[in-house]
Design a protein around this ligand. Structure first.
Ligand SMILES: [Mg+2]
Length: 225
């Protein structure tokens, strides 16, 4: 079953699927671009604040003047407005660009960004990535991440794949469809890390991009890559 993407993304997926090079699949928010810190700054600019006291958005956003928690609809509205101007707020995660370039060269790896965001924001995100030098292909889909990674493995199911993402459900999804994948959990915004739900077995948490690069090098060494 093919995931729902544009014809351009379909061509991108097919090209990556035909390659037998090691595949590095990186999430964007909290992995390649900071998300939590800039979203907090955005809320501040609208008289609200996000209190990172648990792992959720709804219920943790407050109107500063009254201390009242925002309703679910208001939080969704803030998120939509944030993504509509995210290129003025989001910055690269430290070390992401240099480390991805090193991994690409050292292991002759394919690198692809896999992000879940509404289609009308794709062009803005693509432009932001390009501005910061992240020229790697991006697949933006609301499909389960495991289904997307499986499609990228279609012609070479045995090729090594590493998957980097902050959220447990995405790791569970990928482990289901590609059990041999290296799962690395990374979250740029450190204060939220203690509040994350437990990671599935087999997924390793890494502090930063250098630690991710080391884990990937060890994983690929077992494949002679
Ligand atoms: Mg993310």
């Amino acid at each position: 079953m093919a995931i729902d993407v544009t014809p351009q993304e379909r061509a991108r997926i097919d090209a990556l699927a035909r390659s037998d090079r090691p595949l590095i699949v990186a999430d964007i928010d909290e992995v390649v671009l900071e998300f939590v810190a800039p979203f907090m700054a955005f809320l501040e600019s609208h008289g609200h604040e996000y209190r990172p006291t648990s792992f959720r958005l709804t219920g943790n956003v407050y109107f500063k003047e009254t201390g009242q928690a925002s309703e679910k609809e208001a939080v969704s509205d803030f998120l939509e407005r944030f993504f509509g101007e995210h290129d003025t707020w989001q910055k690269p995660v430290a070390g992401a660009l240099d480390t991805l370039s090193e991994i690409e060269q050292a292991h002759k790896a394919d690198i692809v960004f896999l992000t879940a965001m509404p289609p009308h924001h794709h062009a803005r995100r693509r432009a932001l990535l390009d501005t910061h030098g992240f020229t790697h292909p991006m697949i933006a889909t609301k499909a389960a991440k495991g289904e997307a990674v499986a499609e990228l493995m279609r012609h070479h199911p045995g090729k090594p794949v590493a998957f980097i993402d902050d959220l447990p459900p995405n790791h569970i999804s990928v482990l289901e469809t590609v059990p041999g994948a290296l799962g690395l959990q990374m979250m740029a915004y450190a204060p939220l890390r203690p509040h994350l739900p437990a990671m599935p077995e087999g997924v390793t948490s890494v502090e930063d991009w250098p630690a991710a690069a080391q884990a990937i090098a060890e994983f690929l060494a077992a494949y002679g890559r």
